[in-house]
Write a protein that binds this ligand. Structure first.
Ligand SMILES: [Fe+2]
Ligand SMILES: [Fe+2]
Length: 306
């Protein structure tokens, strides 16, 4: 039994973690989500909504993050992980790698489960209803990036989506567990999640290095030129649910547009994307993705280089 294998059975959240539950903590006034990670919260048109309105916006921001996670894990990460586990990557995959892929598949399913579980718990206790969320437009945009860059290799495009996403390190995963002002149940599930993602990150980095080694020069070029758009598409703030939440808070359509426009200036969006993708970009640089024709230019054009 490999060390990693033994570790998974003892340490994976789905194998050993408790169900995280909201206690009676809502009365303490702890935040649903860190205000610093919600760029529109201090906009003058939003502060006019008062404390109760802003509190509801924070709750819906949490729900939106968790809804997105629940959908992303099963519909994007596990779509590709199942290809690896089931030996449907287009080339023979080592059985040890396939077993790890099934472990990740279990992890991601469990991340979806507790994400939705916590939405339900917090929504019920706080009385803030969850708005309907449609993951479809995000998924279509993400798939379109792959279809355009790799029209004849849909399996490869799906694998790259996951390599990219699993090597990003977002501010949410990093900051929330350390933030004492956030609800414990939220900090707990994000910490649990980040722990599992640590070894997913290692798995997909290794997986990508091996994939890159066996691809032809032509294919490497297409991969390198496709990665920057996949990174941007994965990290661009999804403004649709934010608009819906601001509308539900009572803002008129023109005010919603003003808030969104002022709160997400392109320079700070780009900076956030650069920060979250620096490990992924370093990995791609190490394998030589910048050295293929058009590679460095594509990363540069996407604003990913410092
Ligand atoms: Fe996950
Ligand atoms: Fe993961």
């Amino acid at each position: 039994m490999s060390t990693q294998e033994r570790d998974w059975y003892q340490r994976a959240g789905v194998r050993s973690g408790p169900r995280r539950q909201l206690t009676d903590e809502l009365v303490t006034g702890r935040a649903f989500f860190p205000p610093a990670l919600v760029p529109y919260l201090d906009h003058p048109l939003v502060t006019e909504l008062g404390e109760a309105g802003r509190r509801e916006l924070l709750a819906r921001h949490l729900f939106q993050y968790l809804d997105f996670t629940a959908q992303f894990e099963t519909r994007v990460v596990n779509r590709a992980t199942d290809r690896i586990a089931g030996n449907r990557c287009g080339t023979d995959t080592d059985v040890a790698v396939r077993l790890d892929a099934y472990r990740i598949y279990c992890d991601e399913g469990y991340h979806s489960l507790y994400s939705l579980d916590v939405v339900q718990q917090v929504s019920r206790a706080s009385g803030v209803p969850q708005l309907p969320y449609d993951f479809g437009p995000f998924l279509r945009r993400l798939d379109a990036v792959g279809t355009e860059a790799l029209p004849y290799e849909p399996a490869l495009a799906q694998l790259l989506q996951v390599v990219v996403f699993e090597t990003l390190i977002t501010a949410v995963l990093n900051d929330i567990p350390k933030d004492p002002d956030v609800l414990t149940v939220v900090r707990d599930i994000v910490r649990d999640h980040a722990k599992d993602e640590g070894w997913h990150h290692a798995f997909f980095s290794r997986f990508f290095r091996e994939l890159w080694t066996r691809e032809s020069a032509g294919s490497r070029g297409r991969i390198a030129r496709c990665l920057p758009e996949l990174i941007r598409c994965s990290l661009l703030p999804d403004l649709r649910p934010i608009r819906a939440s601001l509308t539900a808070a009572g803002l008129a359509p023109s005010a919603v547009e003003d808030v969104v426009h002022d709160s997400y200036p392109p320079a700070s969006v780009d900076q956030g994307i650069r920060r979250a993708s620096r490990h992924a970009v370093r990995l791609f640089e190490e394998v030589g993705a910048m050295a293929v024709p058009g590679g460095a230019a594509a990363f540069e054009a996407a604003g990913l280089l410092p």
